[in-house]
Each structure stands twice: as C-alpha cells, then as structure tokens.
Ligand binder design. Structure first.
Ligand code: AMP
Ligand code: GLY
Length: 434
C-alpha cells in the first residue's frame, strides 16, 4: 500500500451510524491522519471533524476534497453513488472507495439488478418488469397473493410492497404509476414472494477478487416480532448462528459469481457489494444488491474486523486488493437502534440525550451515533429518526444481547423507542422462523 509512514487523510460521506462506525475504525488504523465526515453527526463531530457539503452533488464533493487535501474519500449512502460522486472524484485523481454510477445501478435500478442476476444465473425470485399500469394489472390477474411489487429506482427503502392480498398488489402498482415515488416508480418490478430468514453478506471487492465479511442479520420492521412498517433497520447482529455451513458457502459462491459477472460485463467495481439474501427451502436467493456498506450492518461488522480497515479501503480504491486477507475476531456483536418516537413516520428532533458516556464506560459497549447533533452547549441532541446504535461485543450472542440492553437502559431522550427483541429469534434457533 501507500507509504505507511505518511498519515492518510480521509473524508467520509454520510451522516448515519454506518459513517460513525467507519470514522471510528479509520481512526483506529495505524496510518490514519486527519479524518472528516460530511455532513456527519454528533458522534463524528466529537471523534473527527464535520464539514458541510451537499454530498449528492459531485462537483461540490470534488471541490471539498481538494480544499481539504484528503487522500481518500469513502462514500456511505447510495444516492451519492448513483449521482456519480465516485466518477467525479476519480476524474480528478482523488482516490475513492465506492463504485461508479454505472456500477451502482446494481442498487439504483431493480430492473438492472434482476437482469444482471439472470444473465449470470444468480438465484433470485422470478420477476417481470412493467412500464404501464394496464400490462402490470394483466400480469397480476394471472398471479396470486402474496406477491411483491417494487418501484424500479431508489425510494429510500420505501419502494417495496410485500402485498398479502391482490387488492394490496393492485394498489401498490397504482401508487407507483401515480407517482408516489416520482421517477423511481415509473418502472415497476413484480416479483415472486419468497419465504425464509433474511441474511446479509457483504464483500469488499476490487472488481476481481472479493474479501467477504461475516454474515449479518438486520431487523427491518419497526415493531417487536417483525411487525409494522419497514425501517432502515432497527437492530442487527453478526455472525448469524442459524445459517448452515452449506448456506454460507452457497452465499459466498453467489457473491463470487456476481464479482465474476461484473468483470465479464466490463464493470470497474471498487467498493462494497452487499448481497441481501433470503434463506429459502431451495437455498439462499438474492432479494437485492446494495452498492455500499449496510446500515446498521456496518456497526457490527467493523468492530469484528481485526485487519487494518484503512489499508483495505485504500487497496480497493486503487483497484487491487492484492494478497490482503481479512482477520476477524471470534466475538459476537449485537447492536440495538434507539429511534425517535414516530419513526419511520413523522418524528420530532432536538431532544436532549443523556447517558451515552456512561453506557460506553461499560466493557464491550460502543455507541455509534446516527441522528444526533452536538449543541452549542456541547450537549447531544436528537437530530434524526434513527438516533443511536448501542453495540455490544461478547463471547456469545445471548451475552451480547444482555449487555446491549443493559447499556440501552442507561441512555435516555424524550420519545426513545427501540425493539426489545433484537437477536431473540436467532437465540431460539431456526425453528423460530417457521
Ligand atoms: P429490498 O429493498 O428488495 O431488499 O426489499 C425490502 C424488503 O422487502 C426485504 O428485506 C424483504 O423483507 C422484502 N422482500 C423483498 N423482496 C421480496 C420477495 N421476493 N419475497 C418476499 N419478501 C421480499
Ligand atoms: N440494513 C439494510 C441496508 O443497509 O440497506
């Protein structure tokens, strides 16, 4: 890698728990120099420095990176990737961790992702794509519920409707074409309904080789027992005990074939490829690809990584992982999201947060910030839907769960909501899903 004795200055784009975890791990790297986050949050303000810039504007990001004279830009969220921020940085000779806009279509267009999966024979749900409501309704007439309706483009995680009745399916199609998701809904993918536990497998890739991370499992629904509306993710753990060795191997094979497919398609991919799988009775099937680190998956994956993160990020950015091997601790990691009352709907912000330092003084506890802001009084205030990620590390999943909830009870803000069952199904075992 680059000269080990020259500190590497890094700009991390984003403001979630994922970005705070990236900042913490980069700061722990032997070669890290100045670290900035943009726009960042209360946690990155305390640990590094926040810089204000519109991260979805490629030219503005290039200008900021040049002004700050950083050696590497790490892109957190998908919109910046889809908007071509990585392309603009590369065109200005600035090293960047994150795929090009063309490559990020794997996340930015469901149709593109499904065509890619079919072209490279990657297992996924049967699907069809529509550009007008009449053809979509006609297709639905021949199908039965449950069935899944997806807006083609990025819709902030809200574009997927798992329709349990045909009425819901027709309504979901109608809403897409009536413009509920804007341009993102002008194409609609209708998909076979799959069942089974979900599991995420993220890999670092330079477009040729992959370095897999450990499997992780998110909890997407807002309510206990996986009820209520979908959210960005309410809690996560890693590794995933209910995944069999055979399933794990099958997911690794799918991801390697995906990397081979990118290379065969002539796509220069440098970043994370996130495979969202469902563990069906017929084996793991892909629900989606993301072109970035998961949030909150990153908050349990990076603390397990023993290798120097910055070295890996730079190697990927330079387009060559070389012979790097990743080392992982044997610990179990579990993270509980504390959210504002009302999330994922409307919520209030500006509530005083107390107890974070106390919680972090417990052994094995790290609190990653998401929607927090540092006030002029140097106190922490809520500033978003998902506020904090209370993360525990322990020698068993059950112990990690106990420790995380101990820490959760020490933190307070008005309207604090969280799920009290993160990890519970996994501790019960696979039968908890049937
Ligand atoms: P996606 O954004 O494609 O990951 O979809 C969001 C969520 O919708 C997933 O995490 C699943 O819980 C659910 N989902 C997506 N596709 C399917 C499918 N084909 N069958 C069942 N559930 C699905
Ligand atoms: N945790 C789900 C995601 O990052 O998309």
């Amino acid at each position: 890698m680059s000269n080990f004795y020259t500190p590497i200055d890094v700009l991390v784009l984003g403001s979630g728990g994922r970005e705070h975890a990236l900042v913490r791990s980069i700061l722990a790297s032997a070669s890290s120099g100045r670290v900035f986050a943009s726009p960042g949050n209360g946690g990155t303000a305390l640990d590094a420095a926040n810089v204000s810039v519109d991260i979805n504007d490629p030219a503005a990001v290039v200008k900021t990176a040049l002004e700050l004279q950083v050696d590497l830009v790490v892109i957190g969220p998908e919109q910046a990737l889809v908007n071509g921020v990585a392309d603009a940085l590369r065109a200005s000779d600035i090293a960047v961790f994150g795929p090009s806009a063309a490559a990020a279509r794997l996340e930015g267009s469901k149709q593109y992702a499904k065509e890619f999966m079919d072209r490279h024979r990657l297992p996924t749900a049967e699907w069809a794509m529509f550009t007008d409501p009449q053809s979509a309704y006609k297709y639905l007439e021949a199908k039965s519920a449950p069935i899944v309706v997806k807006a083609d483009g990025l819709a902030g995680g809200k574009g997927v409707s798992v329709a349990l009745t045909m009425e819901e399916a027709y309504q979901a199609v109608r809403e897409c074409f009536e413009g509920r998701f804007g341009e993102a809904g002008s194409r609609v993918v209708i998909e076979e309904f799959l069942t089974g536990p979900e599991c995420s497998l993220l890999i670092f890739t330079d477009g040729h080789r992959m370095l897999p991370m450990e499997p992780a499992q998110d909890h997407k629904r807002v309510g206990e027992n996986d009820t209520g509306p979908n959210t960005g993710g309410m809690g996560v753990y890693s590794p995933v005990p209910i995944v069999t060795g055979q399933e794990h191997q099958a997911m690794l094979d799918v991801m390697q074939r995906a990397v081979d497919g990118l290379s065969a398609d002539g796509i220069d991919y440098r970043g994370i490829l996130y495979g969202g799988f469902m563990l069906t009775a017929e084996g793991p099937k892909l629900l989606e690809f993301n072109a970035r680190f998961g949030d909150p998956e990153t908050q349990v994956l990076l603390p397990k990584l023993q290798s120097d993160l910055l070295e890996v990020l730079l190697a990927v950015a330079e387009g060559s992982i070389g012979d790097i091997q990743l080392e992982w601790s044997n610990d179990w990691l579990l993270s509980v999201v504390l959210a504002s009352a009302g999330y994922p709907g409307e919520y209030e912000t500006g509530k005083l947060i107390t107890g974070v330092d106390l919680a972090e003084s417990l052994p094995g506890i790290t609190v990653y910030h998401a929607g927090t802001a540092l006030g002029e009084d140097k106190k922490l205030y809520t500033a978003g839907g998902r506020v904090l990620n209370v993360t525990a590390s322990a020698t068993s999943l059950a112990e990690a769960q106990t420790k995380a909830y101990q820490a959760v009870s020490m933190i307070d803000f008005e309207g604090k909501q969280f799920r009290s069952d993160i990890g519970s199904k996994a501790i019960l075992g696979r039968s908890a899903w049937s």
